[in-house]
Design a binder for this molecule. Structure first.
Ligand code: ADP
Ligand code: MG
Length: 687
């Protein structure tokens, strides 16, 4: 129903409401108050301490002084004093409201509600609203809504319109659609009750109940919508049925290690997807070092053996090069005869051209590269699988561009960002998830310490000993260049300094983001061959670099990094059979910093760290991929309502277990709501 059907809402107001995306009466009811005005019990004037300044206060008082009217400039000011029951006095002032003079008679009693200030030691109520006692008793204790507004639109206009919409037209009201058992278990109010009470709660308790219900239903519908999207994804027929190949099984047999149970179950799920009826779109989530790469390699192999091409996209050249080297080495060692090509930005034009040709004519089976892989010039002959590694480093669009290269290829994404499971539902809602929740068994847990700068000489001595025992070390500095206000260590200077501190036989090199890709590759290659013993670096090495011989990770200015990032950095060591160590050096001695770093000290479990980090920082910068704005729920907040999200997604699971397609009569309204919501979701995610 059009908004202009409401009394008092003409074209002008309709236009203004349009700016708030309100076009229909239903939209209006969906415009939730951004805050509430509390009509509290009248206070005694003596209790008004300076703490109350600039807040609205309520006084039950009698006009105790003759009304004074004067002008300052063009402003007409009315002022008087009122006394409360105890005989205390407060001044009241009104600007430009001369008509008040008639109702403000000496000796009259009113409830005054206005902004409290203190000027020259005098307590003042500014612009107070006046109510008779019976008028006020009707609203006392209620919370009046404060709506998001736009210039020209008053709160009163909106509130009146909402009131009408609810009372006269039952807008936004509907049959209860959350199953009774879900409501009971989660102690949820009814939908209609919640809608009315979110606008006009009669008490704080009513408001809390209303909000809880609405937040729950937002999450609940979201999760159901996402699941139904995923189901429809599954229904995209699998155009590339890829059966498991016995040569891949042989390869697994010949690996120098056996797969962990986590790896085995992830691999089983991937195989099942790729040979099944529907397209695969799966996320493999596993902590750093859990061995995700091998799963990717197995999927690439099966695809090639089935006669199709596949591509793996990684976020940096260093990593692309490393993945390429390790895969080709593995293939050579184990007699796998597949053609693997590397494609990165720093290659010469001629080299690139050759790779483009090979990809187009099908002589390349597997392409490994950076975003160069998604450039226009790359034309695949028969792309059937795309893998993105370190998913969180890519935008959703890049991922989509890559899959657009083929004709609905299978999608596998890998991420070490240990997003708490509850949030993963939202961030990766459109993907199935396999979690590798264990590290290879022979790994020794990394030993951690958090120290201050005075510990540096000991740390250097420690590195020296490790290098002399044949191991290698990383030292991480936060910035490349000195910045005036930040006392970050400069990578180049630091490397020079460190080199001076360590014996001459220890080779120290540095790596930073501003170096040319080819230079970076060269350094990384040398480091992986142990021709460089100590690598001083910025966080460019954070992502996925694998040098199992490195056993020390020393992080300078650790307080500057997020916990998840520090955890990633720490993941660069402890990747082989040697005991590894992580030294977090913090220049900041504040308790908060200490507490934060202590979390890392206490646990090596990425999921736990992520939860703690989330608690400390909020979700804002948690989502590398989709910014939190993408999930702007109307009222729910994925951070503060994390518990509600969890119970809502559990409830959604329960409902779907009973009725996977939502086709039972009892779920009829729910099914309608979900499909409505799914359409909205798709628009929002721009799919
Ligand atoms: P990530 O999950 O961080 O990408 P990688 O796939 O790079 O981890 O694996 C880290 C290291 O662990 C590699 O050297 C890899 O060869 C090794 N690895 C993988 N799986 C196993 C396993 N099941 N047992 C022992 N080592 C393994
Ligand atoms: Mg990896």
């Amino acid at each position: 129903m059009k908004i202009t059907e409401l009394k008092g809402i003409g074209e002008k107001y309709a236009q203004l409401l349009g700016r708030l995306s309100v076009y229909t009466v239903e939209d209006l009811v969906g415009l939730y108050p951004r805050d509430y005005e509390l009509y509290q019990e009248p206070a005694f004037i003596s209790t008004l301490s300076p703490d109350y300044e600039n807040t609205n206060v309520v006084i039950d008082g009698v006009v105790s002084k003759k009304i004074d009217v004067y002008h300052t400039g063009k402003l007409a000011v009315i002022s008087t004093f009122i006394n409360d029951e105890n005989g205390d006095r407060i001044k009241c002032t009104w600007f430009n409201m001369p008509f008040l003079k008639s109702s403000l008679k000496l000796g009259m009693r009113y409830i005054f509600r206005g902004r409290f200030v203190i000027k020259n030691g005098i307590k003042i109520l500014e612009q107070p609203q006046m109510y008779t006692r019976s008028q006020y008793s009707e609203i006392e204790g209620t919370m009046q809504p404060i709506y998001p507004l736009t210039k020209g639109l008053s709160n009163k206009t909106v509130a009146n319109a909402v009131h009408q919409a609810l009372e006269k037209f039952d807008a936004g009201l509907e049959k209860e659609y959350i199953p009774g058992y879900v409501r009971q278990k989660n102690e949820l109010a009814e939908h209609n009750y919640a809608v009315v009470n979110i606008h006009f709660p009669k008490s704080m308790e009513d408001y809390i109940q209303a909000r809880k219900r609405l937040a729950f239903e937002e999450f609940f519908l979201f999760v159901l919508a996402v699941r139904s999207l995923r189901n429809s994804n599954e229904r995209i027929p699998n155009g590339y049925i890829i059966q498991n190949d016995s040569r891949t099984d042989d390869f697994i047999e010949k690996l120098p290690f056996s797969l962990t149970n986590g790896q085995k179950s992830a691999w089983t799920e991937v195989k099942k997807n790729m040979s099944g009826k529907g397209l695969m779109s799966r996320l493999i989530q596993g902590d750093v070092g859990s061995g995700k790469t091998i799963i990717a390699v197995l999927a690439l192999m099966n695809t090639a053996y089935a006669g199709y091409q596949s591509a793996m996209m990684v976020p940096t050249e260093v990593l692309a090069k490393q993945q390429y080297d390790s895969i080709t080495k593995m293939f050579n060692n184990m007699g796998v005869e597949l053609n693997v090509s590397l494609l990165v930005g720093s290659m010469t034009a001629a080299a690139k051209r050759k790779v483009y040709e090979d990809i187009e004519n099908g002589s390349t089976d597997i392409v490994i590269g950076t975003h160069a892989v998604i450039q226009e010039k790359v034309i695949f002959k028969n792309l059937a699988l795309v893998i993105t590694d370190e998913q969180h480093r890519f935008g959703v669009n890049q991922r989509r561009d890559l899959s657009d290269k083929g004709n609905n290829p299978h999608i596998l994404v890998m991420s070490a960002t240990p997003i708490p499971r509850t949030l993963a539902i939202i961030v990766y809602g459109d993907l199935d998830i396999s979690v590798i929740d264990e590290l290879p068994a022979e790994r020794l847990p990394i030993k951690n310490c958090v120290v201050d700068e005075s510990y540096r000489p000991n740390a250097y001595k420690f590195i020296e000993n490790q290098v002399h025992a044949g191991r290698q070390a990383y030292v991480i500095c936060p910035m490349v260049e000195d910045s005036e206000n930040i006392e970050a260590e400069n990578v180049i200077d630091y490397a020079k300094k460190l080199s001076g501190e360590l014996p001459d036989d220890i080779k120290v090199e540095y790596l930073h983001g501003k170096m040319k890709a080819s230079q970076k590759n060269e350094i990384m290659e040398k480091f992986s061959k142990n021709e460089i013993n100590v690598l001083v670096s910025t966080t460019v090495i954070e992502v996925g670099v694998n040098v199992p011989n490195a056993t020390v990770m020393m992080v300078e200015n650790a307080e500057r990094f997020g916990l998840a990032q520090l955890h990633q950095l720490r993941g660069r060591v402890g990747r082989g059979g040697f005991q590894s160590y992580c030294i977090f050096v913090s220049g900041n001695k504040s308790k908060k910093t200490k507490d934060r770093l202590e979390i890392l000290n206490k646990t090596n479990d990425g999921f736990k760290i992520a939860e703690e980090d989330l608690k400390l920082r909020g979700p804002g910068d948690f989502f590398g991929v989709r910014q939190s704005g993408d999930f702007d729920f109307g009222i729910a907040d994925i951070y503060t309502d994390a518990k509600v999200l969890k119970s809502a997604s559990e409830a959604a699971g329960e409902v779907l277990d009973k009725d996977p397609e939502l086709e039972l009569e009892e779920n009829r309204y729910l099914a309608e709501k979900v499909s409505e919501y799914t359409v909205k979701c798709l628009e929002k995610l721009n799919i």
